[in-house]
Write a protein that binds this ligand. Structure first.
Ligand code: FES
Length: 132
């Protein structure tokens, strides 16, 4: 003979079972929203100074007419790089250093900084960087 469960216990179990698909759907919605936001985020810079500079989430390396834009996230453990000294990009967390081309010159990082693609807005002459 099957064990009987009370009506109260049945509805309690039923409510918990409903939470699983609800939590899954909420998780998917949050992921989609984040993906949409990151896909459409852009950052604009106008007339960066010569040499190395940090502007928000990016590092700009302007050497004559050659401009390179890098993510300011350190490739070691992802700290935000906020220091430039003697033409070197320095991570504040564990001291990794990068040259003007974003290549590591001093560990612990062994990977180059992430190079970001950019376009020039013809109307405003701003550098437009897509962040992802
Ligand atoms: S996170 Fe930059 S050196 Fe470790």
């Amino acid at each position: 003979m099957p064990a009987k469960i009370s009506r109260k216990k049945f509805f309690k179990i039923f409510a918990y079972l409903l939470l699983i698909p609800f939590a899954y759907l909420m998780n998917q919605m949050v992921k989609d929203h984040r993906k949409f936001q990151s896909a459409n985020r852009e950052f604009r810079i106008s007339d960066p100074p010569p040499g190395l500079s940090i502007s928000g989430p990016v590092i700009i390396s302007r050497l004559d007419n050659d401009i390179n834009i890098f993510s300011s996230r350190c490739t070691h453990l992802g700290c935000k790089i906020n220091k430039i000294e003697n033409d070197e990009i320095i991570c504040p967390c564990h001291g990794s250093k990068y040259d003007k081309k974003g290549n590591p010159t001093n560990g612990p990082s062994i990977k180059a900084l992430k190079k970001l693609n950019f376009t020039i807005d013809e109307a405003t002459q701003e550098i437009v960087i897509k962040l992802s």
